[in-house]
Design a protein around this ligand. Structure first.
Ligand SMILES: [Zn+2]
Length: 317
């Protein structure tokens, strides 16, 4: 078995790792976009570093674009196999990949408008149509269920926290009568998550490929962060009579913020303020969160017994 790292090595975006078995089967673990100004200006994403036609299966850990965003390009360039992920990840990719395609298209249009006539027109990496086509190859599977993806490869997702639908990818690969166990963690969530289930230990593995972005940092407890948020809200919106603008990731952070504000309001700590979420992508992601209660942790389930609108659907402006 061979492991190759085609992204997220010496950088934190563009996750792509290829496992090739002795019998020549290739499994692509994640297919993310390189993000940031440098990636945009250098066209870094155009060179995948491998031939998509040589890949048999793609397995996706979660829906963040730095892990999933190059999938439409992979399919456009000839990948014909199945893309395995959890059911919630599949639902999230339906909005995330179309949104990413929309960004690629508008970015190309904007640059072409300002391009000097001696330069080649910018072509989007992939279009909305490409993204929709790629979605047909997705297969959502439940957590904690081993499935055979072929006669020598078994796959199971276990809860890893991080965002809705994220899963550690556990593989059993049969080679020459021996079974090798491999775990690719994808992004690892905090020990305690505000909304979704906390990470659980993944099955014993012979090889572990682990994300380590915050490996050298201790995160604050959730209780501290809620109190800090409240203090900032009071200072900004009440004492200074200002507006608090919080940039937040559409998937994950926005829902956590709204949920934290809802809890502060329920406990009568939040001053009387209006809350606005200015992002259709966030609202769509929240709708998907609403459709997957099997992913909620016990605190949210308990909280929902007294508050049936924890993500602010009826209350938000
Ligand atoms: Zn992530």
């Amino acid at each position: 078995m061979r492991i190759q790292f085609k992204g997220a090595a010496q950088t934190v975006t563009g996750s792509k790792h290829i496992l090739t078995t002795k019998n020549g089967k290739s499994i692509l673990l994640d297919c993310g976009l390189f993000q940031g100004r440098e990636a945009l200006n250098t066209n870094h994403n155009k060179d995948l570093g491998f031939n998509p036609e040589d890949i048999d299966y793609c397995v996706l850990s979660h829906a963040h674009i730095d892990h999933s965003g190059a999938i439409p390009y992979l399919v456009k360039k000839g990948f014909k196999g199945t893309i395995y992920c959890t059911e919630a990840t599949k639902d999230l990719c339906e909005i995330m990949l179309v949104d990413s395609a929309h960004i690629q298209e508008s970015d190309a249009a904007y640059r072409n408008k300002r391009r000097s006539s001696d330069k080649e027109p910018r072509v989007p990496l992939y279009t909305i149509e490409d993204a929709k086509k790629a979605l047909n190859q997705f297969k959502g599977i439940s957590y904690n269920k081993w499935i055979n993806i072929d006669e020598e490869i078994e796959l199971c997702f276990t809860v890893i926290g991080h965002i809705l639908g994220a899963g550690a990818i556990n593989l059993k690969i049969k080679e020459n009568g021996k079974t090798h166990k491999v775990c690719y963690t994808g992004d690892i969530g905090r020990q305690k998550h505000r909304i979704i289930k906390n990470p659980i230990p993944f099955p014993q593995a012979d090889y572990i490929i682990a994300e380590s972005t915050y490996g050298n940092r201790l995160h604050e407890s959730l209780e501290n962060t809620e109190e800090k948020l409240l203090k900032i809200v009071i200072e900004t919106c009440v004492e200074k009579k200002g507006k608090l603008i919080i940039p937040a990731f559409s998937l994950g952070r926005t829902q956590e913020l709204v949920y934290a504000l809802d809890k502060l309001e329920s406990s009568k700590k939040l001053p009387n303020i209006n809350v606005y979420v200015d992002s259709p992508l966030s609202t769509n992601a929240t709708q998907i969160l609403k459709n997957h209660p099997e992913c909620y942790n016990d605190d949210v389930i308990k909280y929902m017994q007294k508050d049936d609108d924890p993500f602010g659907f009826n209350r938000l402006h």
